[in-house]
Design a protein around this ligand. Structure first.
Ligand SMILES: C[S@@+](CC[C@H](N)C(=O)[O-])C[C@H]1O[C@@H](n2cnc3c(N)ncnc32)[C@H](O)[C@@H]1O
Length: 213
């Protein structure tokens, strides 16, 4: 277990070693939720922010963003590339989130909730619920089970739809039922399997927007 956590941290820290603001591109997936984003007056958490694609999108919309990631390198680059950032937090989502109950109205989790065992996934989703205000939203993208260009169905399946990668990390692929199961305590406002084109090859994801009720 610890080996998996260390392996994941090393992998992402290596990947996030250094980049410049001009290298950061975002796609327009959040446009669909323009009203929720515009109406949000609390800081927005960008979980698993990585290089800051979504942070950049939200900053350009004039929003207060708290970029969050386990990778010190990712956070270091966010601070360097976005001096106007409202705040950053470096923490592992497997631990308690460093925010009080009902802290914010909106959390973005782009491609960062699909690396965990079932019990850990529930733990993270419960932390998201705790930190959201009532009627707050979580907007996410998750690997689809049909994401064959990016490893769906490869490796050893250690839990339903959870696979080990060759470098000993974990990668989960979701179908619709999985998402309804994990987010059963939320109201589903939008859920659809879609193709994202940020990467070289088409990537199949589930795009979702759920509300804390
Ligand atoms: C595929 S990247 C997505 C980055 C960004 N959200 C985007 O879409 O461009 C996944 C990110 O999740 C972060 N991550 C993975 N496991 C994490 C954990 N346990 N706690 C916090 N962040 C984690 C990684 O460091 C990485 O930056």
């Amino acid at each position: 277990m610890n080996d998996e956590i260390n392996q994941s941290l090393k992998y992402w820290n290596d990947l996030h070693s250094n980049y410049e603001r001009d290298d950061i591109k975002f796609d327009d997936w959040l446009e669909k939720f323009e009203k929720i984003i515009n109406d949000c007056s609390t800081p927005i958490l960008d979980l698993g922010c990585g290089s800051g694609n979504d942070t950049l999108y939200l900053i350009k919309k004039g929003k207060k963003v708290i970029s969050c990631d386990q990778s010190e390198n990712a956070i270091k680059n966010i601070k360097k590339n976005f001096p106007e950032i409202f705040d950053t937090k470096c923490f592992n989502m497997l631990e308690n989130f460093p925010f009080p109950n009902k802290y914010c109205d909106l959390i973005i989790a782009d491609l960062c909730l699909h690396y965990f065992r079932e019990n850990d996934t529930f733990k993270i989703i419960n932390e998201i619920r705790r930190v959201l205000k009532d009627n707050g939203h979580l907007i996410f993208r998750l690997n689809s089970i049909n994401d064959i260009n990016y490893g769906a169905g490869n490796g050893i399946e250690i839990e339903h739809h959870l696979y080990t990668t060759p470098d000993n990390r974990l990668k989960r692929f979701f179908d619709k039922d999985d998402i309804l199961y994990f987010f059963k305590d939320f109201q589903i406002e939008y859920l659809n399997e879609e193709i994202m084109t940020r990467y070289k090859l088409e990537k199949k994801i589930y795009l979702g927007c759920v509300k804390k009720q």
